[in-house]
Design a protein around this ligand. Sequence first.
Ligand code: SF4
Ligand code: SF4
Length: 203
Amino acid sequence: MNAQDCLNMLREIKDVAFATVDAKGKPQVRMIDVMLVEEEKLYFCTARGKAFYKELVQSGNVAVTGMNQRYQMIRLSGPARRVEDQKEKIDRIFEANPSMIDVYPGESRYILEAFRIENGELEFFDLGQPHVYRKTFLFGEHKNTVKGYYITDKCTGCGVCRDICPQQSILGNTPYEIVQEHCLHCGLCYESCPAEAVAGREL
Ligand code: SF4
Ligand code: SF4
């Protein structure tokens, strides 16, 4: 599983939730088709008259999530940019998604504008297996810190966190260690550690 695999999964799910923030600071979410995934870039489109278009242009950021029938979830967040050659990309999108021809016949397709997400943070979260599995990827030029909890050198080795972790994701090594791939990010270890040795990143 890598960043390209995550983007491909979003394309397979196709109808996924896109969240933005409007001009009043209110969160907005709607279902949008993932139209293309090429060379670690995700493409989608929307019409210039839609509130979604205005929110994309104003804030430039979007968060995307989708889940398949195997309870495997992908989350993506990053900047969405208008592509340079709109006509060429809209035609390419219609070629790859022929059902769009019925929705926007003839020249009406050019009321749509194509956007690209080419950097950001991606997360794969598999809830379909007995032991949850999580992996986070940065792609493109995005350099944000990856989310999660970790154990600092304040740890006294008391074992409280290991015993309460609902996914048995804490190893009693020296020092204690969180197995990031199986962590729920629930925060129980953070709240329960008597030495305040558990810290969070970007939480
Ligand atoms: S509860 Fe805190 S001090 Fe105890 S083992 Fe876990 S991290 Fe270390
Ligand atoms: S955040 Fe939750 S799942 Fe992750 S290590 Fe701590 S207790 Fe376990």
